[in-house]
Ligand binder design. Sequence first.
Ligand code: SAM
Length: 403
Amino acid sequence: METEQIITEGRATIRTSGKVFYNPVQEFNRDLSISVINTFSKEQNVANIEAGVKYDDGITILEALSATGLRSVRYAKEVCGVKSIIANDISHKAVDNMKSNIRENQVEHLVTASENDAIMLMYGHRAREKQFDVIDLDPYGCPSRFLDSAVQAIKDGGLLLITATDMAVLAGNSPETCYSKYGAISLRAKNCHEMALRILLQCIESHANRYGRYIEPILSISADFYIRVFVKVFSGAHKCKYSTSKLSMVYHCVGCETFTLQPLGVLKKTEKQVKFKLSPGPPVDRRCEHCQHTHVVGGPIWSAPIHSPQFINKVLTEVPQHLSTERRIQGVLNVIYEELVDCPLYYVLDRLIGVLHVTSLPMMEFRSALLNAGYEVSYSHAHRTSIKTNASPRVIWDILRCW
Ligand code: SAM
């Protein structure tokens, strides 16, 4: 006999058995998604009012990989301005389970259960009038097989929420698998969690570009055992040619672990307009200028901003207070809000100290040294002792050597 579990999370109470996927650790992921979609929904409402569009119906959501339906039930009960939700899963058992959860939570008027291959379902929603405002992809492991259909089934300006849990692949343990799944080489480096986010973002962008679309990341988060990105997707074939200026290769020194980014394209400004010129990017020496060891090359990664501070600020002011992970959301979003958006990747202080064999250096003092020298510094939410800065590696090494 299967034991039935009754789970209360947010405003939903669901039943499930061990045969349908449910992970209590993902409550933070679901709570955060509710906060972000809420802000997005309100933003859409305001945009519609400003554009004079009659806003009588709210947003449409597809949860493409829904399992118990918990997430969809919670979106129905906890997100404002929802018109309809499709909760989809390929597993018959899961769909049976989600149907009863939808019924028992009395959200049948908002949530429809669907038993389909998510990919085929999304391909069936490519026509403009069928596209969704929000698509949530929360697969086991790698989401890349769902991206081609997802970037076509989302409205212009719509929101994609995408989880990846194959962290070993994304964090450099299997660069060749990473290339085959995400079209980028991962590196085993201290900043691998942010690199993982940037590999996933470049992968989504490359799928979007095939259909004359491009992404704008609003929040990218590394948490627990997974990463999750929240990106808006826009149409505009002419803007896709700017995509190479948002991508870079990463040169990682095998000796001192200095990283150098080589953009795939640079934007050249002329007097009249911003004209795009594709260049091979500044050459990076085969040998590291700081320690003469060789480089390994990773990427391409998304090297443009991975968050929108304005959007995060709005989310921060509106996090629903009933969420049990509210304090964690506030904490993480505050760190993310402070992150330097124009400084991809980061150094890790313990590692810098280890490389130089210097006596330990308190984080505050190192940060002050950089600030006093006129540079910007922040943490990354992805690592406790991270240093994001616009100071060059030479400045960083000079400060450490003088210590
Ligand atoms: N989003 C859920 C939550 O928050 O609890 C968890 C989803 S679980 C990680 C992944 C689900 O995707 C499984 O229930 C599995 O049956 C379903 N799945 C896998 N491949 C699929 C496909 N091609 N189409 C639809 N569902 C699929």
